[in-house]
Design a protein around this ligand. Structure first.
Ligand code: CDP
Length: 231
């Protein structure tokens, strides 16, 4: 009997990809559709960066960051994230915390400290997890692995629209140009780091959503999942 058919096996759908590729939205909708749990692993790196900022720990102090990551007091609710009993959603999604997350995520001790926390999200009936290393490191036995991407221009536009909708940072001149620059910088740092870099895991299926709506991408993942259930 394959491990996947063994009693108690909890399936994982791993969705990795670069910033603003739409992976978070797609992953959470797929999870909802299947009645699976959902892990936004990037939020844990963002929370580590935020906790560090609040406690005066440098984003480059690997050991202090790892200690912080180990004992983060976080609570995820359907539409809210809490750090030390304070709701932090808006600040967590800011571009500054995205940059902070990418900074702290370079450090092996930080990644190690967050590993068990991420794996604890794997509960029946299943998990959809999104991030950079879900398929390669955190859930190498995932049943379905998807590398979801889109062109840099489309990703910058999507992030721009997201920020406009939230009413954030809209007064900055040349915001789109600035977002494109920041995104390229973050992609380069994520792809170049020594541990768990942003790369497509060899067995992950590539999904380029440049010309797709969110619903088309969700339907694509669900169709792949359904197909796997039948083989
Ligand atoms: O939504 P977006 O892709 O912009 O960001 P995110 O998924 O919240 O991730 C923020 C940063 O955390 C990324 O730029 C990565 O450097 C880091 N990260 C990581 O290293 N590994 C993960 N599994 C998830 C995020």
């Amino acid at each position: 009997m394959s491990a996947e058919r063994a009693p108690g096996f909890v399936p994982v759908i791993a969705i990795d990809g670069p910033s603003a590729s739409g992976k978070g939205t797609v992953a959470s909708l797929v999870a909802r559709q299947l009645g699976f749990h959902y892990l936004d692993s990037g939020a844990l790196y963002r929370l580590t960066a935020l906790a560090a900022e609040r406690q005066g720990v440098s984003w480059h102090d690997e050991m202090a960051l790892a200690a912080l990551a180990e004992r983060l007091s976080v609570r995820f609710e359907a539409n809210a994230v809490w750090l030390d009993e304070r709701q932090v959603d808006d600040v967590l999604r800011s571009e500054n915390m995205g940059a902070g997350a990418s900074c702290v995520a370079q450090y092996p001790a930080v990644r190690a400290a967050l590993l068990a926390r991420q794996r604890a999200f794997r509960r029946a009936p299943g998990l959809v997890a999104d991030g950079r290393d879900m398929a390669s490191v955190v859930f190498p036995d995932a049943s379905l692995k998807v590398f979801l991407t889109a062109s840099p221009e489309i990703r910058a536009e999507r992030r721009y629209k997201q920020l406009m909708e939230k009413g954030m940072d809209v007064k900055i001149d040349n915001l789109l140009v600035e977002l494109t620059r920041q995104m390229a910088e973050r992609d380069a740092r994520d792809a170049a780091r020594a541990v768990a870099p942003l790369v497509r895991e060899p067995t992950a299926e590539l999904l380029d959503t440049s010309a797709m709506t969110i619903q088309m991408a969700v339907d694509w993942v669900l169709a792949r999942w359904k197909h796997l259930q039948q083989v």
